[in-house]
Design a protein around this ligand. Structure first.
Ligand SMILES: *Cc1c(COP(=O)(O)O)cnc(C)c1O
Length: 430
């Protein structure tokens, strides 16, 4: 039920995160509060490293997709755990560099990188640029004068991981990357090969997110390997990197069916070995870009319950002191979450309620018709698995300050991102 190793219930019946009592945390730091368990984050990083070592001879590198939770503390952990980093903006790159991340292991993504961002990345000697389109290829070739830049091409493998049948042409309608079917991807490879300042080292794809199945990754790997074979035979270039992107799903509630990383790797690695032998390609360096699965399961958001509004025959709203400003995911795409009353965590969840936020939008909900313990004003609610795409998607709607984030290390909390103040809300006003 508890979805992650870092969660538990103590003798007081309180939810614990990394051994820290959620009620103590709420009292010490206030609510809303983002909580992240360091041990769990590191364990999630290591699962990727270990799987690559076990099934692929260590000939790979997981890159933490920092958009899931970009802050200096996470960049430091990723570096300490021997991962590379994926960034998609100057802001994420700046954060990584401020954290002391080695730029040689940074991959710069994005479907519309600005000229400023490309210049910034080159100036800071970012290791690899993942090129999305021909306009970018031309701009980059111009900017790279004098020093060759290593690039990967972002390919649309024609697989939609979110349909049950993996429709091979469905994904041609995507704003990201080069299409294979139209010959656009090969044209890009040909142009990159001809550009004196660019060194084409690999191909990349990202088939989706919150995926519970190995098949889309296997299909994508197969499609990209065949493209690599075509580049080898027609352009005489042997690419050394294959980047299969992110997308591994995590548990948000008991209906999810997350894949153990090992299962995923064993199959993908076996397919790579078999296909490379058949296509006469050397085994590429395998890059993976886990985002959600690194901080996601390690995070919990704590709120204080305000009014509980029972609308007879309709539903009961349990109102909390946060909402769409700190977690827009239910509002954006109906994301599922597990909600617990942290001070009654040992009790069964007998009520069916809608957890609503404090923002001026009817759609500002954390979860509808969800199971929860009987709650009263002043209780502390915990929303589980909020480590990814919560803080990173937070806004200041209604000029509500963003909450702080604490990291738990061996039971002890420390602030890793300060909360904003109401003064911050007018700080940039002229
Ligand atoms: C979003 C994204 C990721 C991370 O995806 P998760 O589902 O969070 O693992 C990795 N690579 C690229 C290119 C992405 O856009």
């Amino acid at each position: 039920m508890f979805l992650a190793d870092c969660l538990g219930v103590n003798e007081l019946g309180h939810l614990t995160i990394g051994g820290a009592d959620a009620i103590d945390l709420a009292r010490e730091f206030g609510t809303p509060l983002y909580v992240l368990d360091e041990t769990q984050v590191r364990q999630n990083c290591r699962a990727y490293k270990e799987a690559i070592a076990k099934f692929y001879g260590g000939h790979g590198l997981p890159l933490y997709a920092s958009k899931a939770l970009s802050c200096k503390a996470l960049c430091r952990i990723a570096q300490e755990e021997g991962m590379g980093l994926d960034v998609v903006s100057a802001g994420e790159l700046y954060t990584a560099l401020q954290a002391g991340f080695d730029p040689a292991n940074i991959y710069f993504h994005g479907n519309n990188k600005t000229r400023f961002e490309l210049e910034y990345a080159l100036r800071e000697r970012v290791g690899f640029i993942v090129v999305d389109n021909l306009t970018e290829l031309e701009t980059l070739s111009g900017l790279a004068a004098g020093r060759p830049v290593d690039i990967l091409l972002r390919i649309k493998p024609g697989i939609d991981a979110h349909t049950h049948q993996f429709i091979r042409t469905g994904q041609i309608d995507s704003k990201f990357g080069f299409a294979l079917e139209t010959g656009e991807a090969f044209e890009a490879a040909r142009m990159a090969a001809a550009a004196p300042n660019l060194r084409l080292v690999g191909v990349h794809c990202h088939v989706g997110s919150q995926i519970f199945d190995v098949a889309p990754f296997e299909l994508a790997a197969d499609v990209l390997l065949r493209f690599m074979a075509q580049i080898k035979s027609e352009l005489g270039i042997t690419l050394t990197q294959l980047n299969l992107g992110g997308g591994i799903g995590i548990f948000y509630d008991e209906t999810d069916d997350a894949l153990p990383y090992g299962v995923y790797f064993e199959k993908v690695a076996a397919l790579l070995k078999e296909r490379c032998a058949a296509l006469d390609l050397p085994l590429p360096l395998l890059l993976l870009e886990p985002g959600r699965s690194i901080p996601g399961p390690a995070g919990v958001t704590l709120y204080t319950v305000g009014a509980v509004k029972e609308i007879p025959g309709i539903r009961t709203y349990v109102t909390v002191d946060g909402g769409m400003g700190d977690n827009p995911r239910y509002m954006m795409y109906g994301a599922n979450y597990t909600v617990l009353c942290a001070n009654r965590a040992a009790q069964p969840r007998t009520e069916t309620v809608t957890v609503a936020g404090r923002y001026c939008e009817s759609g500002d909900l954390i979860q509808e018709h969800t199971k929860l313990q009987a709650t009263a004003p002043g209780d502390i609610l915990a929303v589980l698995a909020t480590g990814a795409y919560n803080y990173s998607m937070a806004s200041n709607y209604n000029r509500v300050p963003k909450p702080p984030m604490v990291m738990i290390t061996e039971g002890r909390p420390r602030i890793i991102v300060r909360g904003e103040t109401i003064e911050d809300m007018a700080r940039l006003d002229c």
